[in-house]
Design a protein around this ligand. Sequence first.
Ligand SMILES: CC(C)(COP(=O)(O)OP(=O)(O)OC[C@H]1O[C@@H](n2cnc3c(N)ncnc32)[C@H](O)[C@@H]1OP(=O)(O)O)[C@@H](O)C(=O)NCCC(=O)NCCS
Length: 186
Amino acid sequence: MFSLFLRDNACLEPLEIWHAEEFAAHLDRAREHIRPWVGQAFVTDDLDGARATLRRYAERQAEDGARLYGIRLDGVLVGGVMFTDFSTAAGSCEIGCWLEPAAEGHGLVTDACSALLDWAFTSRGLHRAEWHCRADNDRSSAVAVRLGMALEGVRRQSWPYGGVRHDKQIWAILAPEWLRTGSRAA
Ligand SMILES: CC(C)(COP(=O)(O)OP(=O)(O)OC[C@H]1O[C@@H](n2cnc3c(N)ncnc32)[C@H](O)[C@@H]1OP(=O)(O)O)[C@@H](O)C(=O)NCCC(=O)NCCS
């Protein structure tokens, strides 16, 4: 099975339908932490919901589109990263991420996103990678900064959550910028 080394006790692996029970158990630990900040279709409540998410990504991956990867810390699924959008025709992708609370603060997502950017730009020849986050999601925008992304703009009041329409930031990095630095910014 493919497993990408991130550091001593952490690795990145595909997250597939056969992981549904483990993914559902992980979501029980992560659900309320991620709910305000991620797409609502991702925040499911039970095993069927978790399986549906994995199936949706598997179907899109089969068309060379979106992809989902789990981050394991000491073998335990603690979060992940994904191409929420991936298009060779457009030469662009969008990356997303999440962690359960105990896994925050170790640089795991920055390392995992760096691996996705390397693959998108180097192996797949894409030109542009985007990062979308709520404008008040400071931990998420900090990841975009660590990846060397530039803030390109704000879609005003385009993120409805909890009866409020929040602003959304659009960050991006281009292939020459990524390849020039060779990796993440810090
Ligand atoms: C967004 C989210 C994934 C960021 O997690 P994170 O742990 O802060 O991000 P990273 O994995 O890049 O880790 C960076 C942190 O680890 C620390 N760190 C430790 N070792 C590190 C290393 N080797 N490299 C980089 N950072 C390291 C950094 O100092 C930073 O901590 P700080 O912010 O307390 O200073 C997380 O907050 C989350 O899941 N939030 C809810 C869901 C969400 O918002 N998803 C994104 C939607 S757009």
